[in-house]
Design a protein around this ligand. Structure first.
Ligand code: SAH
Ligand code: DHB
Ligand code: MG
Length: 216
């Protein structure tokens, strides 16, 4: 599943109270593992946090970059109103096909769409769907700075931008990892996020660093 594989007693207690996966989400994760998808989805902690953000902002249109098996998408789509829409961008056709099947089994197919291709190629075609109320960035880390620009392009005042994996499991601030493309991309992303006058932003230090910004 996620970065939080090893839960301490407190985290287990909170998970059981607030955000344990229900049967459908457990099935999705089990089938994702059986299908050989990489175990890199968000955890239920972030899923529930995204739901809180969606309801808090009364989001109706959500853009996700990085679908994988549709786990984060399912959490978000469930929190959307009946006329809400999730558009999720995914490079790998098998991931997209898996996510579509899962969303259909969960009755979420009417709310969720996946667009296949490198996100930098699919993003320019979304102008008609904009503005988005929330954008969740969770794909290849070297392109996070470019994804941030697209998120702002497709925003309105109040749009929430969320980015997963700021800490990169500790590599973000590890001098030995400085040359890695992912580390450099993530550093540029958080530096821009922290300085961009169009945004008010922070990083929630949990579980792997969740960047959180609101467009002014
Ligand atoms: N949000 C998902 C996890 C996404 S993992 C969840 O929490 O359930 C990252 C995904 O981004 C992978 O499926 C990977 O194939 C996809 N990806 C990687 N590079 C990409 C690119 N350039 N464009 C679109 N998707 C990409
Ligand atoms: C990895 C983890 C992620 O959450 C992600 O979005 C992409 C990759 C990883 O650990 O490789
Ligand atoms: Mg991630």
């Amino acid at each position: 599943m996620s970065q939080l594989r090893e839960l301490d007693t407190y985290q287990r207690y909170l998970r059981q109270l607030f955000h344990a996966d229900d049967e459908e989400l457990q099935r999705l994760q089990a089938e994702a593992e059986a299908a050989g998808l990489p175990p890199i989805s968000i955890g239920p902690e972030q899923g529930k946090f995204l739901q809180v953000l969606i309801v808090l902002t009364r989001a109706r249109k959500v853009l996700e970059i990085g679908t994988l098996g549709g786990y984060s998408g399912a959490w978000m789509a469930r929190a959307l109103p009946p006329d809400g829409r999730l558009i999720s961008l995914e490079l790998e056709e098998p991931h997209a096909a898996f996510a579509r099947r899962q969303w259909a089994q969960m009755g979420l197919e009417g709310k969720c769409q996946v667009r296949i291709g490198p996100a930098l190629e699919t993003l320019p075609h979304l102008a008609d769907e904009a503005p988005f109320d929330l954008v969740f960035i969770d794909a290849d880390k070297e392109n996070y700075p470019a994804y941030l620009e697209w998120a702002i392009t497709y925003s309105r005042p109040g749009t929430v931008i969320v980015g997963d994996n700021v800490a990169l499991g500790g590599r973000l601030v590890d001098p030995e990892s400085r040359e890695e493309a992912w580390v450099q991309g993530m550093r540029r992303f958080v530096e821009r996020l922290s300085q961009d006058p169009r945004l008010i932003s922070t990083v929630v230090p949990y579980p792997d660093g969740l960047a959180l910004a609101v467009v002014r």
